[in-house]
Design a protein around this ligand. Structure first.
Ligand code: ADP
Ligand code: AMP
Length: 233
């Protein structure tokens, strides 16, 4: 089977021209892979979690509404998230495709996204489903640290930095997301099971779902995803 023709760190000349959706529970590795795939194809990485955290940091009215909900590990209402996404995919940098990470998270969000994509002339999305043993998630979530400056994702157990607490790329300070504390992990996983997991059946029925084994190494998961993209294009 062909794997990747893309050397590490090099951008591919292939065009994406697709709406990609990375679907899976918190901690499955969506953000890690979405950043890399978006970089390889030169398209935007649209993480609704990152966008909401930015609103919280800037103290916007959306941020003020979202903050207590996110702190409890619950989902922000569909109407707020959909407005944010509708504005974002209108921007010119989205014309060549994009990678959604953490969106959609409810069937209502998926249905509305389908309408938005049709309106913008996109084909139905390609959905990458991160399949993972739930027992791996706690370690991945509680060990996650992010660089305050560049947002690069590390894990104190799985992929630590060379110098403790400092980003390998820019020396930025690492931080832990407040919702990555162990007591918030349970509610987040419950929200996933109740509200987001039904999307697996939803997209499978539409013939858009592609499973990848997300318990493998970062590099192996990336190769599975690149193969799915090549076959789907
Ligand atoms: P998600 O966006 O799905 O919540 P992340 O991409 O932020 O997940 O990854 C969660 C944690 O697991 C991070 O600390 C990351 O460094 C680590 N991680 C991601 N992919 C892998 C992998 N394939 N193997 C081991 N650790 C991983
Ligand atoms: P994430 O960074 O994807 O783990 O998301 C962090 C938090 O942001 C979630 O626990 C939710 O509170 C909120 N959030 C992110 N994306 C969405 C979404 N598509 N719908 C509703 N809430 C979201």
């Amino acid at each position: 089977m062909e794997t990747s023709r893309v050397a590490p760190g090099v951008r591919t000349h292939e065009k994406l021209d697709l709406a990609l959706i990375f679907l899976g529970p918190p901690g499955a590795g969506k953000g890690t892979q979405a950043k890399e795939v978006a970089r390889l194809y030169g398209v935007p990485h649209l993480s609704t979690g990152d966008m909401l955290r930015e609103h919280v940091a800037q103290g916007t009215s959306l941020g003020q509404r979202a903050q207590p909900i996110m702190a409890r590990g619950e989902l922000v209402p569909d109407s707020l998230v959909l407005k944010m996404i509708a504005e974002r995919i209108e921007r010119p940098d989205c014309a060549g495709g994009f990678v959604f990470d953490g969106f959609p998270r409810t069937v209502a969000q998926a249905q509305y996204l389908g309408v938005m994509l049709r309106q913008h002339g996109y084909r139905p999305p390609v959905v990458i489903h991160f399949v993972i043993d739930p027992q791996l998630l706690l370690r991945r979530i509680t060990g996650r640290r992010m660089c305050k400056q560049c947002g690069r994702i590390y894990n104190i157990f799985e992929c630590p930095t060379k110098l403790e607490g400092r980003c390998d790329l820019d020396g930025g300070e690492l931080e832990q997301r407040p919702d990555d504390r162990e007591e918030i992990v349970g509610p987040r996983l419950q929200a996933y099971e109740r509200q987001t997991a039904p999307l697996v059946a939803y997209y499978r029925r539409l013939g858009r779902l592609h499973d990848v084994d997300a318990s493998k190494s970062v590099e192996e998961v990336k190769l599975q995803i690149l193969n799915v993209i090549r076959e789907a294009r």
